[in-house]
Write a protein that binds this ligand. Structure first.
Ligand code: AMP
Ligand code: GLY
Length: 435
């Protein structure tokens, strides 16, 4: 079994999954990599090892049947939405291992209220909070909190929708008036069902970074740190996006901090999920705030970050198929090894993103850009190959990535040197990633 070739099904088709496919392709254990739709660049990376899942497969039941027919050995799920909808349950039901949590465990990302209640129940450090399904009660709570001294937290309070809102359901209100407006907006229907319930949180001041871990249900290990850039424009201006760039490791990472997070957050959470009867398998992605009182959880995601994945995987020394398979089978034996190099990625997005943008513009210069250095990799987040040319086909379009660098400055220089070769008038990017 050990050296048998594995057939893998990879779910998702963005930049994160292109990076996953690149890593999987390099594993000597790979038989065939089956991929969902719409990923020309990924198919090119995987080459003769690739297999495209037929368009006609629409439901998770059909996908499970496909896995049986195609003798899939392991399913790796990139994005959160299929996990929250229960893809892992459907595929595990046909006895195929899945790297990714069950629907019940996926609530850690799918419901902020549920996640906060678990943290509270098991004494895992996070911001003080209250939950509401009624706007008037939420407003009364906020008024009381302002009376009772929220000013000590710089006068700020945080309003969040309960459900998935693609990173847009969070408002940091700077005063009472804007807090009340944010509550009205959240329940206005703009976020659909996600806005039916609200979480109101104490504002935590401090430095923020991302901490990743891999869990097999009962054992969890550190899987790297990253710094991301959420806002659209330089200097953290503009709207929140899915992420405009990232680097790894984060500047805050130290052995002592890793140990603190392992002891106060990671291990207690994995144990809590077991006790709740929903052992957590897959990647845990913690948004961490380093406050004066120590590391606290801001949010939990149930998957790799995008674009954080693009800067962590290049540093991973383990065979990814073997590692993810061990975790999916509840038997994570190998020690996760990340090298000391620095990786950095800059997102090129279509002008207008994260609001409305055009698709279909042509991107030139990619061949030349890719030849600049063996340590430069371009992961495609949203492109389509038409008559031999890549065209923009999404909001976030390319991830220009520098890997194997000694310092952040070198990584930054390389990534921006690559960008200089790319001719795409209809795109934009931040110029301050890693500054
Ligand atoms: P979330 O989607 O919950 O991660 O929130 C998005 C962003 O809002 C986070 O990355 C933080 O920058 C900020 N944020 C969320 N909750 C808090 C909080 N309680 N205190 C301070 N900042 C927060
Ligand atoms: N880049 C943030 C995320 O993937 O949620």
């Amino acid at each position: 079994m050990k050296n048998k070739k594995r057939n893998i099904l990879l779910i998702g088709g963005g930049g994160r999954e292109h990076a996953l496919a690149d890593k999987i392709r390099k594993s000597p254990l790979l038989g065939k990599l089956h991929m969902g739709r719409g990923c020309d660049a990924m198919a090119k990376t995987v080459g003769e090892f690739g297999e495209i899942v037929p368009q006609a497969i629409g439901t998770y039941e059909q996908l499970a049947d496909y896995c049986v027919e195609e003798k899939i050995d392991l399913v790796i799920v990139g994005p959160e939405v299929p996990l929250v909808k229960g893809i892992a349950n459907k595929i595990r039901a046909v006895n195929i291992p899945v790297f990714g949590p069950t629907q019940a465990a996926a609530q850690l990302e799918g419901s902020k209220i549920w996640m906060k209640q678990i943290l509270q129940k098991y004494n895992i450090p996070t911001a003080k909070f209250a939950c509401f399904d009624d706007a008037d009660e939420a407003k009364q709570y906020v008024r009381d909190e302002y009376k009772n001294g929220y000013a000590s937290n710089q006068g700020k309070i945080v309003i969040k929708t309960d459900g998935l809102a693609a990173g847009k359901g969070v408002v940091i209100a700077e005063d009472l008036e804007s807090a009340l407006t944010a509550i009205d907006e959240a329940v206005s229907g703009k976020f659909g069902d996600a806005g039916k319930k609200l979480v109101i949180e104490e504002f935590m001041a401090g430095e923020e970074f991302s901490y990743f871990a891999i869990s097999d249900g009962s054992k969890a290990q550190f899987f790297g740190t990253a710094q991301d850039y959420k806002r659209a424009y330089d200097g953290d201006k503009g709207l929140n996006t899915g992420g405009m760039g990232a680097f790894s490791p984060a500047k805050q990472e130290t052995d002592a901090l890793n140990q603190e997070i392992d002891e106060t957050i990671l291990q207690p959470l994995v144990k809590a999920m077991q006790e709740e009867g929903m052992p957590y398998c897959g990647i845990l992605f913690f948004g961490i705030m380093l406050t004066a009182e120590g590391a606290k959880v801001i949010e939990i995601n149930i998957r790799m970050g995008d674009p954080e994945c693009q800067v962590i995987l290049p540093r991973l020394q383990n065979d990814i198929i073997s590692l993810f398979e061990q975790a999916a089978q509840g038997d994570l034996r190998d020690e996760v090894q990340l090298d000391d190099s620095v990786a950095l990625t800059v997102v090129m997005a279509a002008k207008g993103y994260p609001q409305s943008y055009q698709k279909g513009s042509i991107i030139r210069g990619l061949d030349k850009a890719e030849k600049i250095s063996k340590d430069g990799v371009i992961y495609h987040a949203g492109t389509k190959l038409i008559e031999g040319h890549y065209h923009a086909n999404g909001g976030r379009v390319l991830n220009i990535t520098a890997i194997n660098q000694k310092t952040l400055a070198e990584a930054r220089n390389l990534a921006y040197n690559i960008i200089n070769e790319i001719d795409w008038q209809e795109g934009f990017y931040r110029t301050d990633i890693g500054e």
